[in-house]
Design a protein around this ligand. Structure first.
Ligand SMILES: [Zn+2]
Length: 99
């Protein structure tokens, strides 16, 4: 018997969640050099769930998605917390609620 739409939606959400958890367990820092295409799929999966991934949250927390110190290069797409600016060494981090 074909599952109902509601069941399909629940199964799809579950699969997306599992996929995202697996990607996060593997780590953006490990995947960005070897599997950048997989991270694009991960980004699509996060958006499908109405969420943003860490790199996106970091980038969008800075004005014009640029380094606040040197305002030079745009922040790389797959930035992770603790990465330094290529130009001036500014360390990027995830915005905290209590900042
Ligand atoms: Zn900089």
């Amino acid at each position: 018997m074909k599952p109902t739409l509601k069941v399909q939606l629940r199964q799809t959400r579950k699969a997306l969640r599992e996929f995202c958890n697996d990607i996060e367990a593997a780590g953006i820092e490990n995947l960005r050099s070897d599997w950048p295409d997989l991270l694009v799929t991960y980004e699509h999966a996060k958006h499908a769930m109405g969420e943003k991934h860490e790199s996106e949250i970091i980038r969008q927390s800075y004005p014009e998605e640029k380094c606040p110190d040197c305002n030079a290069e745009p922040i790389p797409r797959w930035i992770i917390e603790g990465d330094g600016c290529q130009n001036c060494g500014h360390v990027f981090c995830v915005p905290r609620k209590n900042d």
